[in-house]
Design a protein around this ligand. Structure first.
Ligand code: ADP
Length: 390
């Protein structure tokens, strides 16, 4: 009986202990599972956060997240670059971080209206910069406001292009209107009776002819510029003998030079460039024409050149006229830029010659520059690739 009782108690204790061990093992396993899952979750969170960070920082747009108290919660790399900021922004208000009242006002507007799209913000830097801002309030599923998101897009390049286009259209209209109104005026005067005086009529008709030629030249130059800028022109590259080409351009412009008693000197050695002969003809012609136009009467225009150490060919066109002031040396290659407007127009200039030269040289992979010492003439240099076949 005792034995039975003891056996029964031992069995109960054994079962209990077995259960305890089993339970302990089970709960240990469970705990480990829970911990592992927790760790996995944490790892996933870390990965997601890292991915989020990579994503935000690889965005071209600047991104700014504000928390519900309007303090900065996140600012991505593009945002910091746009505003030139290197400091930590988290926890700061917009005014503290950027001192931009306009942006602070925009955030207030977003709070009132829920969202603001296509807001154009001009940054008060020295270099004019424009941003487009899209902003909206972020709400959770319960409709409570969690913060504000602002996305910034750099509009500066677009604005610059827009302005260049507007300036170009304004310049072209002006350039066209000047000869046109002269033609119109003289035609009206002729019709009003001036045609009855043969001398006056001849003089007026010559003015009309000169201005129609100017219009023609301007339109030709405009078409060339537009074709060069849009990349529509395909270069027909061939070996071009530069000395020979300079000689041909001198012959073409011989009469103009003679009118001013200017001597044309070809000092180019035998060099063969890989170039489009017709386009290069235009480069030489524009530079020599300018040298005659703006050089001194009874002066000299020289073309020379050499092979540079890096294998490129460098050509120059030099005159001994009044030269170009230092501040205008780079600008003369801009469309319609002239040092002396009246002088250029008097000489029939369109203000596009050097811009065409620059485009053609660049299309050949070369560079162009001007050097001048006031009173001692101007020299235009440009480079071209050497022909490997020549
Ligand atoms: P333009 O039709 O007025 O000659 P360009 O583009 O050829 O236009 O030249 C721009 C300006 O550069 C000219 O108006 C002139 O003021 C200046 N320039 C060009 N070549 C010379 C030069 N050889 N000497 C002095 N000034 C020059």
């Amino acid at each position: 009986m005792w034995l039975l009782t003891i056996l029964a108690i031992a069995a109960v204790i054994g079962i209990h202990l077995w259960w305890r061990r089993k339970f302990a093992a089970l709960s240990g396993q469970r705990a480990a599972e829970i911990e592992a899952s927790h760790r996995r979750q944490q790892q996933t969170n870390v990965d997601a956060k890292a991915q989020q960070q990579i994503l935000f920082n690889s965005m071209i747009e600047g991104l700014l997240l504000l928390d519900r108290t309007q303090k900065i919660y996140l600012a991505n790399r593009a945002f910091k670059n746009l505003f030139g900021l290197k400091i930590e922004l988290r926890g700061k208000t917009i005014l503290e971080a950027l001192r931009l009242h306009e942006l602070d006002d925009l955030v207030k507007r977003v709070q009132a209206e829920g969202q603001v799209f296509d807001y154009e913000l001009k940054l008060p830097d020295l270099s004019e910069r424009w941003l487009r801002v899209n902003a909206a309030v972020i709400s959770n599923s319960a409709g409570e406001r969690e913060g504000t998101i602002l996305v910034f897009h750099d509009l500066t390049r677009l604005k610059q292009l827009e302005r260049t286009r507007e300036e170009f259209v304004a310049n072209v209209s002006h350039e066209l209107r000047t000869p046109l109104s002269l033609i119109k005026g003289y035609v009206e005067t002729l019709l009003d009776g001036a045609r009855n005086n043969p001398d006056v009529a001849e003089r007026f008709l010559k003015i009309i002819e000169r201005n129609t030629n100017r219009l023609d030249l301007l339109i030709q130059d405009l078409l060339t510029i537009s074709a060069l800028e849009s990349g529509r022109i395909k270069l027909n590259l061939q070996p071009v003998e530069l000395r020979q080409l300079a000689g041909k351009v001198f012959t073409d412009l011989h009469a103009r030079a003679e009118n001013k008693n200017v001597s044309l000197i070809n000092e180019l050695p035998e060099l063969t460039a890989s170039a489009d002969a017709n386009r290069l003809d235009q480069v030489f012609a524009n530079l020599v024409d300018n040298a005659i136009k703006y050089g001194r009467a009874s002066g000299a225009v020289k073309i020379g050149g050499k092979k540079l150490e890096d294998g490129r060919l460098e050509i120059f066109v030099r005159d001994d006229g009044p030269g170009i002031p230092p501040e205008a040396l780079d600008r003369v290659f801009e469309r319609f830029y002239r040092v002396d407007k009246a002088r250029s127009r008097d000489q029939g200039g369109t203000g596009l010659g050097l811009s065409i030269v620059k485009h053609i040289v660049q299309a050949h992979g070369g560079e162009v520059r001007a050097e001048s010492e006031t009173g001692k003439g101007a020299t235009f240099f440009f480079t071209l690739p050497e022909s490997k076949m020549g």
